[in-house]
Design a protein around this ligand. Structure first.
Ligand code: UDX
Length: 439
């Protein structure tokens, strides 16, 4: 059992800290936000993440997990100090390292014994070397730096931490790498050891590759629409080739969230800094830009003008099972619709509170998916929550003023939408038009 400090209690930090305590380590999480720390001390997770609060309560009770605002207190006796603060995107696309530097200052100030500094935050290649020299300038206490990138997905963060495909440990010191491998042993997940810079690159390359897969299938979907093929079947047929794999081939209105948009832009910048033009990744970003606006295009084509139309926006979070609105397609869609003179009635099972802070002020909100479609002219399906996919074609037909649904996540069956007499636009699948429309 090791003593561990985790700095930063966002998605990555909190889930990492809680999981490390659950496998037996003594963990102190530090955050500068006093209110948040108080909340966490009482076993309440400040983020919506299935299973997290339960695990927090269990490990606080067992005396293995605590929270503080004081770095000195957390670092005292720590064998490893995990950095899990945010690296937001600067205007030029690069990662902003302000918060990382602030943690490095605290480490330099309070470190009194050898410890391993572990970087969980996604940082540009070379940052761990920078952190090392930054801390070294301010302290004589020996320490090592290890890159240990995080691959968890929001909404299944707890599950992913215990069932990940691999744990990447990038270390230039064998002792430090061994310690972090030992700490992670109880997870029983395969460990991949490499040097620090390669570990940093693995994180960016993985996210960029997954984003590429999504933009690729979305381009195929756009082509399928023009050629009268069905992307669902195309993706299924492709995915059966083990070299391609069947994951991350769901066509739709693109990727959002806190990682893919930020990390793809950062990698383009990182490449640019060493005079390498990452043409492929630039195209991936461009495809996603267009894809996030797709439903408005389709609606414009169908209706001509959107002025005066009431649109039920079903799902607001960037994906289901999270309240995260970062880079969600709903933001862009709502902006474009309001600009086009439409009225938006929005609904999300969990993300409404966060949505109110980022969607245009003119957006109205409904209490349920069903309430949102009542009296609306048409519906946009933006996030594939169960509650939203559980709406039936009959619900749409009976409640929408115009029998038209624009589905950005391919939630519904084409045949049943057709049988219900709806016009149905999805992504990369044949358009369903009522006989009236076909005339
Ligand atoms: C992602 C990575 O999966 C994770 O490994 C990394 O650490 C952080 O970024 P996350 O952002 O939580 O995790 O969400 P993920 O489930 O990967 O989805 C990202 C976005 O891609 C969502 O907007 C989702 O709707 C979209 N997506 C995903 C698709 O459009 N099609 C797919 O086939 C898969």
């Amino acid at each position: 059992m090791e003593q561990i400090a985790v700095v930063g209690t966002g998605y990555v930090g909190l889930v990492t800290g809680v999981a490390l305590s659950d496998i037996g380590h003594s963990v102190t999480c530090v955050d500068i936000d006093e209110q948040k720390v108080e909340l966490m001390q009482s076993g309440v997770s400040p983020i919506y993440e299935p299973g997290l609060s339960e695990l927090m309560t269990k490990n606080i009770k067992a005396g293995r997990l605590s929270f503080t605002t004081k770095h000195q207190q957390a670092f005292a006796g720590a064998d490893a100090i995990y950095i899990a603060v945010g690296t937001p995107q600067k205007e030029d696309g690069m990662a902003d390292l302000r918060f990382i530097e602030a943690v490095a200052d605290h480490i330099a100030e309070h470190l009194t014994h050898y410890a391993v500094v572990v970087t969980k935050s996604t940082v540009p290649v070379g940052t761990n070397d920078y952190i090392k020299s930054y801390i070294e300038k301010h302290t004589d206490v020996p320490f090592d730096v290890v890159s240990n990138p995080e691959f968890l997905r929001e909404g299944s963060a707890v599950h992913d931490t215990f069932h990940g495909d691999r744990i990447v440990i990038g270390a230039d010191s064998v002792i430090a790498g061994d310690l972090i491998e030992e700490i992670n042993k109880p997870f029983g997940i395969p460990v991949f050891r490499t040097d620090i810079r390669s570990a940093e690159m693995i994180k960016y390359a993985s996210n960029a590759f997954l984003a590429t897969k999504i933009s690729f299938v979305n381009e195929i979907a756009n082509l399928c629409e023009k050629l009268n093929a069905n992307v669902d079947d195309v993706a299924r047929g492709m995915g059966q080739d083990k070299r391609i794999g069947d994951k991350f081939l769901n066509a739709g209105i693109g990727y959002g969230g806190s990682c893919f948009p930020k990390d793809t832009s950062a990698l383009v910048q990182i490449a640019g800094n060493v005079e390498h033009e990452f043409t492929l990744l630039k195209a991936v970003i461009e495809v996603n830009y267009k894809q996030q606006r797709l439903l408005v295009e389709k609606a414009r084509e169908h209706f001509g003008s959107l002025r005066g139309k009431t649109i039920a926006m079903l799902g607001l979070a960037f994906k289901p099972n999270t309240d995260d609105m970062r880079e969600a397609a709903s933001i862009i869609l709502a902006q474009e619709l309001i600009l086009a003179g439409a009225r938006v009635v929005a609904y999300d099972p969990i993300a409404m509170e966060n949505a109110r802070n980022v969607l245009p002020a003119a957006v109205d909100y409904a209490d349920s998916a069903f309430a949102a479609i009542q009296g609306a002219d048409t519906a946009f399906v933006v996030t594939e929550w169960d509650e939203i996919c559980a709406l039936t074609p009959g619900d749409f037909k009976a409640n929408l003023k115009e029998p038209v649904v624009f589905d950005g996540r391919n939630c519904f069956n084409i045949e049943t939408m057709k049988e219900a007499g709806l016009n149905y636009y999805s992504v990369g699948r044949p358009v369903v038009k009522t006989e009236k429309e076909l005339v």
